[in-house]
Structures are given as C-alpha cells and as structure tokens.
Unconditional design. Structure first.
Length: 144
C-alpha cells in the first residue's frame, strides 16, 4: 500500500475549513491536479454522496468515481474510490490548533502496477508534492 500524508495549519475555525474542504464544488478550486470533479448523487457533505472526476498525475489523466463513506461533521471525512484507474481511500482530519485548524490529508493507494513510466516511489513523491501545493492553495484561499 502506498501512502501520502500531509498536514497544514489554516488560520480559520475548524468548521469553516471543514465546510470548504468537503464541498465537491471547491475541489477543482484548490486542487491544481483535478481536471474535473462533480457531485453525481447525494448531499455534498453526507455519507453516500458520489462524485465523478478526473485528475492529472505525472502527466497522465486518471478517471475516478468516489463515495463519501464516513463523516463526522467538523472532524473527519473519508472517501473511497468506487471506480478509479488507481483505487484509493482518502481521509481528511480536522483538529483545533489555537484559533486555527490543522488539516491532515491521508491517502492510501494500491501499487501503481507500472501504470506510469516511473517507479512507484517517484510518482508518489510527485503526487505528494501536488497534495502539499493543493493544501497550501486551500490555506491561501481560506485565509484571504
């Protein structure tokens, strides 16, 4: 199993960060590697919601459909791929940090099985850099 975990502290209240990050409409706003992402069914921040989209990783377009399988309002959310080029789970955790919020992105993926020209560790490093950049962009947007 391959894992990417990144954390960032955002100088906004936890609920404000949670609402922004769990709204599917905002995913393309803060994620530079997301080409498409749309709500297909369910409520935006509810268990069972389904989203469909595409991301670009290491120059390759990857299609995906994911489902929100766990939600603890203001604290955590977990997405699981239902149909994706590379199966994954993504958990976002929110913790109070003074007057701000520490947001932790934890994503697990199966082996990339030679899908890319590069070895798994190289692609993972490139993707982790994208995740870090996306979290920094979310921080900039939220703190503006």
């Amino acid at each position: 199993m391959l894992t990417v975990e990144e954390s960032i502290t955002i100088n906004k209240p936890r609920m404000e960060v949670w609402e922004f990050m769990t709204d599917p409409d905002n995913v393309p706003v803060y994620s530079s590697n997301v080409i498409e992402y749309e709500l297909v069914s369910g409520g935006k921040q509810e268990v069972g919601r389904i989203c469909r989209g595409a991301v670009k990783v290491a120059g390759r377009r990857l299609e995906l459909t994911d489902e929100m399988v766990e939600v603890e309002t203001g604290r955590t959310g977990k997405l699981v791929s239902k149909d994706a080029t590379i199966p994954y789970t993504l958990s976002l955790h929110y913790e109070d940090e003074g007057e701000g919020t520490t947001l932790t992105w934890h994503q697990e993926m199966e082996s990339l099985k030679g899908f890319f020209k590069f070895a798994d560790p190289i692609v993972l490093k490139l993707y982790a850099r994208d995740v870090r950049s996306n979290l920094e962009k979310a921080k900039t947007i939220l703190e503006a």
